[in-house]
Design a protein around this ligand. Structure first.
Ligand code: NAP
Ligand code: SF4
Length: 726
């Protein structure tokens, strides 16, 4: 075993507990400043680079500055911009943000000024996408097309490499002119410099290829040139891939060799990246257990003199504090958690952890938007990247508002209304808040969803909302409450197939809500009707090793601090084929995935032809598809349902054959229908317009307004929008 070897989750205590005033806080290591020699970071929390879509257009820099200013005000010590390209070849998208000309400096000054106003350091990320670029000018170490871009790259000539080194240096020097405190050189996630570092793409025979010393020549030249162009008192962060998770990726010995060479070349901080974008191992989605890859960071942290930053699936202060306290890293980088809550650091410092709006790693409004070429925002925080557009101004004329329905839409509306100064009563017919989220949160791998309900529960109290659980609202309740406004957020119920499909009301049939709440139990063989997001979730629930229905969670469901245990990290790694040894010496840290014995035999069906799960989200859908495949779920597209009997379900297969699937249970996941009986009928076709009744103004939001394609992102946004308007 090499000298730097360690085992997962054991590492030296690198940071001694200090004795100054910071140690008095709940998170002494988080709030310990870090002296970089020429400048000091006020705490250990860094907001990592995140492409928002605002950085690509000069006219959006005012919005981008407002976005960063809010996070700087929220207490973060240093922020890193989304990727800015050093030249045209490096664009991620056509006409993506570039810093190659003194004219580019002006806009960036808005960003650096905004950060500096609140004492945060501002760093610009230089990203050359190499073969990940989505345009015809893409280049790489070797002419090997990536699976995530349709464009085949041109192999860079030596002249081209030398020019690119100069472009990096010019880009960094312009960043300095724009007031940035440093630059981050993006060298992980499979972008250009990572492509040179790894045999997965670099198959050159010249001095820039061959063994790790040849493969790291280009990245080292970039670092030296950037240092020379920017002087010694300038932060240079290098984001290094710790575990490539692709075939022919580097082994840990090579990663450490590169890290040490980067330090020598002039890097101030080593940031860490996990997995290439094309890797078939999930690294940031919600089912990846928190801080899964921290042990790999620890192996690199040990031999380094420079600070090392941990990243990936760190979203709450206790995880960050533990990693720092155990010396696994010197800094913690989080990106998405700052979309979710710009005040994360201030809340941690004030001991208000229960008020943190936790990033649930769903990707639905951030990364999925990036891939759809839309501006990023956040499912749990619709204000993210809309700071100047979705504004919660204090009201000048406070009103009495009833919000009916305690799902995500209703909770979101209530929080915003109360924050603005309205007198809000939130009615919920059940004994628990959360609506459909209560079903989502029991799906194995979706434990983070508990955090959103915990956040809302605390925030409703904090903002002074009156909560009435177990209260079924009718016209009389509303009239007697003398409300000025009523927000109808009564949500959805699962679509019932009784009366539409013979046998759908039999005892062996249940809705997904009945299954996940524990009202009914499924047998050992199950047919699932409907392969949308919920059909997939239910199939995972039925086949995963660990799953608990709501009723087994019992009263804890009302405990805002409760969160079930996620899947153990070693079990997760074995399932996905990740080498469990943080000092791995297998290519890219991969190994053969363990074969899984599913808990039940499940048949997942849909009427539409074609691949199941086509409509799932871009950045997480593939993980769900891989999960049901590895758990032996039998996928049946293009079927028609004939009849459910005690023996199972009769279906007609796409080739016209009638077939009995012998199953113990049938779970219906056939979408939802709106519940909106309380909403007065409008003469207007536009149901987004408020309606008057009994002297009150009614507003309809969320699933109650439209059940089709309902998701929590729309529900939360509609709640916030109505909350901002009244
Ligand atoms: P959905 O995505 O609309 O899927 C409903 C499924 O039911 C479809 O597969 C549909 O397929 C089938 N169906 C519809 N009407 C039917 C009928 N009358 N009889 C039989 N089958 C019928 O709805 P969902 O799965 O309930 O999800 C609701 C929302 O939550 C969606 O917006 C979804 O994106 C979101 N969600 C997302 C995730 C995620 O992981 N991102 C997870 C859960 C839910 P056929 O018509 O082809 O049979
Ligand atoms: Fe996190 Fe989801 Fe918000 Fe993205 S959209 S920042 S993953 S909660």
């Amino acid at each position: 075993m090499p000298a730097h070897a360690s085992t997962r989750h054991t590492s030296p205590k690198r940071i001694a507990t200090n004795t100054d005033e910071h140690s008095q806080s709940t998170f002494p290591h988080i709030f310990e400043p870090l002296d970089l020699g020429f400048t000091t970071l006020k705490n250990r929390i860094v907001m990592g680079s995140m492409h928002t879509g605002l950085e690509d257009r000069f006219y959006n820099y005012g919005k981008l500055a407002a976005y960063f200013e809010k996070r700087a005000k929220g207490g973060v010590s240093m922020m890193i911009t989304g990727g800015i390209s050093p030249n045209r070849e490096g664009w991620l998208l056509p006409f993506g943000g570039t810093m190659s000309n003194p004219l580019d400096v002006h806009n960036h000054k808005k960003v650096t000024d905004a950060a500096h106003k609140h004492g945060a350091k501002m760093v610009m990320q230089i990203l050359h996408s190499g073969r990940y670029g989505y345009h015809p000018f893409v280049v790489s170490a070797s002419p090997i097309k990536s699976p995530i871009s349709p464009f085949k790259p041109r192999q860079m000539s030596i002249k081209n490499i030398e020019q690119t080194v100069e472009d990096y240096a010019r880009c960094a020097s312009l960043a300095k002119d724009a007031g940035y405190d440093g630059v981050e050189i993006m060298g992980s996630e499979g972008y250009l410099l990572n492509q040179f570092l790894s045999r997965h793409v670099n198959q050159r025979n010249d001095e820039y290829g061959g063994d790790i010393h040849g493969r790291m020549k280009f990245p080292l030249e970039v670092v030296r040139a950037v240092r020379e162009a920017t002087g010694k008192d300038f932060i240079i962060i290098y984001r290094l891939s710790l575990i490539d998770l692709v075939p022919d990726g580097n082994v840990m010995d090579e990663v450490i060799t590169v890290a040490k060479a980067l330090e020598e070349a002039g890097v101030t901080i080593i940031n860490t990246g996990i997995g290439w974008h094309e890797a078939r191992v999930p690294t940031i989605v919600t089912s990846v257990p928190r801080s899964t890859f921290a042990s790999d960071t620890a192996v690199v942290t040990q031999p380094m003199g420079s600070p090392v930053m941990a990243a990936n699936r760190i979203n709450m202060p206790d995880t960050a504090e533990q990693l720092l306290a155990e010396g696994e890293a010197d800094l913690i980088q989080m990106a998405r958690p700052f979309l979710a809550d710009p005040e994360w650091v201030n809340k941690a410092q004030a001991g208000e952890v229960n008020r943190i709006n936790t990033c649930i790693a769903c990707n639905q409004a951030c990364l999925d938007h990036t891939f759809e070429h839309k501006r990023s925002t956040c499912l749990v925080n619709p204000q993210a990247c809309y700071e100047t557009e979705l504004v919660y101004k204090p009201t000048k004329s406070p009103k009495k508002v009833a919000v009916v329905g305690g799902g995500v839409a209703g909770m979101s509306a209530s929080v915003v209304l109360a924050k603005r100064g309205h007198d809000v009563t939130l009615f919920e017919a059940k004994d628990v808040l959360g609506g459909q989220f209560n079903y989502a949160k029991v799906i194995p791998g979706k434990e983070e969803f508990f955090e959103t309900i915990r956040y809302f529960r605390n925030e409703l109290d904090y903002q002074g909302v009156t909560i009435k659980l177990n209260t079924k609202v009718d016209d009389e309740v509303l009239k007697s409450g003398l409300f000025d406004h009523v927000v109808i957020a009564t949500g959805v119920v699962p679509r019932d197939l009784a009366g539409k499909l013979d046998g759908a009301d039999a005892p062996n049939v249940m809705s997904y809500a009945e299954l996940l709440s524990g009202a009914k139990e499924a047998g050992d063989t199950v047919a699932v009707i409907g392969a949308g997001g919920i059909g997939f979730d239910v199939s995972e629930y039925l086949t995963a090793r660990h799953s608990e229905p709501l009723h087994e969670i019992g009263d804890k469901v009302n405990d805002p601090s409760y969160r079930p245990e996620p899947q153990p990290i070693d079990e997760w790694m074995a399932e996905w084929g990740v080498n469990e040894n943080p000092d791995y010496q297998t290519d890219g840290g991969l190994e053969r995935p363990e074969s899984i014995t599913p808990k039940r035999q499940v048949y997942l069906m849909q009427r539409s032809k074609g691949r199941l799960g086509k409509g799932l989200n871009k950045t997480s859908g593939w993980v769900h598809r891989a999960h049901i495949k590895s758990h032996g779920v039998y996928q049946m597209p293009g079927v028609s349902y004939e009849q459910i009997t005690p023996e199972g379900i009769w279906v007609t297969t796409p080739n016209g054959h009638s077939q009995l699937l012998r199953v113990d249970s049938v779970v219906v996941c056939a979408g939802q229908v709106s519940v909106n009986d309380l909403m007065p009928k409008s003469s207007d076709k536009d149901d987004s317009k408020p309606v008057q009744k009994n002297g009150m103004t009614y507003h309809l939001i969320g699933g109650a307004k439209l059940a089709g394609e309902l998701d929590a992102k729309r529900a939360n946004r509609e709640g916030a929008e109505v909350g901002a308007k009244i």
